[in-house]
Design a protein around this ligand. Structure first.
Ligand SMILES: Nc1ncnc2c1ncn2[C@@H]1O[C@H](COP(=O)(O)OP(=O)(O)OP(=O)(O)O)[C@@H](O)[C@H]1O
Length: 568
């Protein structure tokens, strides 16, 4: 099951109100679909003897001016309102997503033309344009569907175009192109899956507005025509009797209000579930244990050391499968520690545990992670945000994925400073200049985009971003894997120099012991989630104790004989 599907399935449990909204909407849909069986009376049959009766045991919601039972009409009206809205949204998704995806992916003149059309359509007030189109088409269900679709698809097209623009430069999309995959197959296989989540969120959020637009057009006499029941049309019919027979207004009015409220709440909840970075509730300032975020910030800043990080018998599991078992690790201020192990040994998981970046199904099942003297157990996202980027910098394997392709290097450096410090843009830019000097990049890089730099320059930018807030600990997760040998050597030199100059602690994660030997003082060897050796680099490279370490050393070209000799 994908992560998106898992989050959606968990939603009714994590947000009870969203669960209630979903149940209510399902109920409305079921009742509307089953209207002919649940309310078998003819919703259009006129009986003037029963006209304008208030709610009673016989007519639960009363009757209208033509003596028609309002409950029957509201139930049947739901069919028209919801079905019209659903068809309009489905049409809009297909048209908007297709146009947006093709426009963003193909680019060039086509994209230019499409964006101009979108700009024009989006510049019109949505409802006013819908009224004009519905009037032009002389109303009716088809007219309403087309009017609502014409004013709604630009929003979807714009959203999908943005994603397609971004995704077309992803490595796997380029690889598919190089492999000769036709564009429409790339769109279907590689792009559609990635945009399905955001489009779904937009559709749910938008559905409420479409229900309102359909009801609004029918209210104005441009949609479903009387005597057919539809909530908007019923409101129109009830208008002259608002003072004498308010129940005529209440029944369809409440139906619209409750459905739109439920859809909007559910839409917000779905969006929050799929984009957890968007805070919905006021931010919590009290942490478990009573210390406020401000107190934690002060404690982190004041930590005297020497230990920056301590992992005490930490275990991590993915569901039932153990990924790390009883891992202990310590990094002191200014110390360079290497974490080595073959692919799949758990190195990235350990780095993730250190930064609170483990995502389900990965979770810490035992032990404690202590950062700057603070036990991180129970930290929430705000607490982790204090640490990441300010007290701990991270340099990852591929700078392209860490850098935002549509922002200049200067903007990204400035944003990193301002995410943690209340300083002016000018002051942040000054720090950005200093950070570029630190990693020996020319100042003109500030105005460049990531794709305008070489791989080595991008990695230097990533290091500059990691160091710009002067953290005392830097985690480098395979920082040179994506680089050629000469650039690798330069980046390693750079890291060694920076460590000496700034006195930062360093966790250097790699599967390559040869590289590591150039940077670290102590090496921790990870094998199948267990620490099998933790020794000073000088001893580990000359007299490895564990057979697995010997295997790793023997894998270094030209090192086989020495290792065999060391092993005796
Ligand atoms: N999200 C996940 N769900 C399930 N298992 C996972 C998940 N992430 C990692 N694992 C498992 O955890 C183990 C360790 O993975 P991890 O990425 O930490 O290894 P690694 O040493 O960093 O490897 P590499 O050098 O290839 O990046 C692997 O067996 C992997 O299958």
């Amino acid at each position: 099951m994908s992560r998106t599907a898992a989050r959606l399935r968990a939603l009714p449990r994590t947000d009870k109100l969203a669960g209630a909204a979903l149940v209510f909407l399902l109920l409305v849909v079921v009742v509307s679909v089953a209207a002919p069986w649940l309310a078998p009376g003819d919703p259009t049959a006129v009986d003037y003897l029963q006209a304008a009766l208030p709610p009673s045991a016989e007519h639960w919601l009363g009757t209208d001016a033509f003596g028609r039972d309002l409950l029957t009409r509201v139930v049947h009206g739901g069919r028209a309102s919801l079905a019209t809205a659903a068809v309009a949204v489905a049409l809009v998704i297909v048209v908007g997503a297709t146009v947006g995806a093709i426009s963003g992916y193909v680019g060039g003149l086509l994209d230019l033309a499409v964006t101009r059309v979108l700009d024009v359509l989006l510049a019109f007030p949505r409802l006013v344009l819908a009224i004009a189109i519905a009037a032009l088409l002389e109303g009716g269900v088809v007219g309403v569907v087309l009017a609502v679709s014409v004013v709604s698809w630009p929003g979807y097209a714009r959203l999908v175009r943005g994603y397609a623009l971004q995704l077309r430069d992803e490595g796997y999309v380029q690889a598919a192109r190089v492999a000769g995959t036709p564009w429409w197959r790339i769109l279907r296989t590689h792009i559609a899956g990635s945009i399905a989540g955001p489009v779904l969120v937009l559709a749910v959020v938008d559905f409420g507005e479409v229900v309102l637009a359909v009801a609004g057009l029918s209210f104005l006499g441009l949609g479903v025509r009387p005597p057919q029941p539809e909530w908007g049309a019923m409101l129109n019919e009830a208008r002259p009797y608002l003072e004498d027979s308010p129940w005529m207004f209440l029944a369809p009015g409440l139906a619209v209000v409750l459905v739109v409220l439920a859809v909007n709440y559910l839409g917000d909840a779905v969006r929050d579930a799929l984009e957890p970075r968007r805070p919905r509730l006021p931010q919590r300032t009290r942490r478990r244990g009573g210390a406020s975020t401000t107190e934690l910030a002060a404690a982190l800043a004041a930590h005297p050391g020497p230990d920056l990080v301590t992992l005490d018998r930490v275990s991590v599991a993915a569901g039932e499968q153990a990924v790390l078992t009883d891992v202990s690790l310590r990094i002191a201020a200014g110390e360079a520690v290497g974490l080595v192990g073959e692919s799949g040994s758990g190195k990235s998981t350990l780095a993730g545990a250190l930064l609170g970046l483990l995502r389900p199904p990965l979770r810490i099942t035992g032990g404690t992670v202590t950062l700057y003297g603070q036990d991180t157990t129970g930290w929430d996202t705000h607490d982790w945000r204090l640490v990441r980027g300010q007290h701990v910098g991270l340099v990852s394997q591929d700078p392209l994925t860490a850098l935002n392709p549509v922002l200049t290097i200067g903007t990204q450096l400035v944003e990193t400073v301002r995410a943690h410090h209340r300083v002016s843009r000018a002051a942040a830019r000054q720090r950005a200049r200093a950070a570029l000097d630190l990693v020996r990049l020319p100042q003109h890089c500030l105005d460049r985009y990531p794709h305008q730099l070489s791989g080595g320059m991008r990695q230097r930018v990533a290091i500059a971003i990691a160091l710009i807030n002067e953290p005392r600990l830097l985690i480098c997760d395979e920082p040179t894997t994506a680089l050629d040998v000469t650039t690798q050597a330069r980046i390693l030199e750079e890291l060694t120099r920076l460590r000496a100059e700034l006195g930062v602690g360093l966790l250097f994660v790699s599967h390559d012991l040869r590289l590591m030997s150039q940077v670290v003082e102590r090496v921790v060897v990870l094998h199948e989630g267990h620490v099998v050796e933790d020794a000073p680099a000088s001893r580990l490279f000359t007299a490895p104790e564990h057979p697995y370490t010997r295997t790793l050393l023997a894998a270094i070209p030209g090192n086989e004989l020495e290792v065999r000799r060391a092993a005796g």
